[in-house]
Design a protein around this ligand. Structure first.
Ligand SMILES: [Zn+2]
Length: 131
């Protein structure tokens, strides 16, 4: 599609409150970041599929000092790298919400929230520790 960035569909889905990720139409591998060509088989086309926002913490870090663009998160805040088993283990970043303590391997559930950065609302993933 002319004029679209490789990750445009990701941002369009987030804007609807959904998660969509590209899967190679030739070999079926999930790819992220969104490539223009599959790094495994060389395929040129991708199927963008809806993905459940459930995963497990792959890594995390707690940020104690606010910096520009993070005012909406409060301080301190925890950033997660979450592996999505439904999407071949692709990992996505997001901020942890709620009272749950982060630890590697802990299951989390995601939703889309908006963060204001320089006066512009940007959709992003937020995660909570699954019950
Ligand atoms: Zn492929």
């Amino acid at each position: 599609m002319k004029g679209l960035g490789q990750d445009t569909r990701y941002w369009e889905a987030l804007s609807r409150g959904e998660l969509a990720l590209p899967r190679c139409a030739a070999c079926g591998r999930w790819r992220w970041p969104a490539p223009f060509r599959c790094g495994d088989c060389g395929g040129w086309s991708f199927d963008w599929q809806a993905v459940d926002m459930r995963g497990e913490i792959y890594s995390w870090t707690r940020t104690w000092h606010p910096f520009e663009g993070t005012e909406g998160f409060g301080s301190p805040f925890v950033t997660l790298s979450v592996a999505l088993p439904e999407a071949g283990g692709i990992r996505l970043m997001g901020v942890l919400e709620g009272e749950g303590e982060p630890a590697i391997g802990v299951p989390v559930t995601g939703h889309v929230a908006s963060t204001e950065v320089y006066g512009r609302a940007i959709p992003g993933l937020r995660w909570t520790v699954s019950a």
